[in-house]
Design a protein around this ligand. Sequence first.
Ligand code: ADP
Length: 262
Amino acid sequence: MGVSFKDVAGMHEAKLEVREFVDYLKSPERFLQLGAKVPKGALLLGPPGCGKTLLAKAVATEAQVPFLAMAGAEFVEVIGGLGAARVRSLFKEARARAPCIVYIDEIDAVGKKRSTTMSGFSNTEEEQTLNQLLVEMDGMGTTDHVIVLASTNRADILDGALMRPGRLDRHVFIDLPTLQERREIFEQHLKSLKLTQSSTFYSQRLAELTPGFSGADIANICNEAALHAAREGHTSVHTLNFEYAVERVLAGTAKKSKILSK
Ligand code: ADP
């Protein structure tokens, strides 16, 4: 069983927005007979670790369709101009397995604004890949039943062509979780742990301790706490284990952001 909407804590508005895709993938004829043009996809916008991939997977599970994922960087890492070919083969597979979801993680790796050279002619590997992506999206009709979801934290550097109507024209914002959302995410990840006190006791306090943390950080804290409890020879996870885990994850995040700012 894959990830379903109930595994995605918080993010109520985002879930509401993508629910439309689930309805469409489940019964496209209902939309088509009314003459509605269903969006071909959406851009999921927000910082890393906030559940964009999780949400995209949940859409596929809820609609009971295949989930085809690829990271933007995978298209451009291939040596020798294979990026465009990879895009082509991804969409070929998608059409063969439709109805389905195509998920492109960190699309900014391929979708950067195209540069215009003096000759007005630019043809870098990334641009060819992006052009192929646009060709594939335009070539898809409403009867293909392929929904493209793409994630990025850098909408500012994306090529405007990607967001034109008929392409990724829907934008779903997924920001860092609020206090209440952090509580819900803690609850979700505390479920699988053996705790000394009730999960609400921990989720409330931990949510207050963790402003600015992402869902991924929260999942990490829960796991680090359990690992720490095991190392200490406890039979259930204690407050002290959580305190240790928060500090450890906080230190990790601080290190990462230092590298980023440098
Ligand atoms: P993104 O795609 O935004 O970088 P992911 O969806 O890959 O983030 O999230 C990474 C991990 O963080 C997930 O596998 C999950 O364990 C946890 N997580 C993030 N957001 C949530 C959430 N809203 N509810 C439950 N878990 C979450």
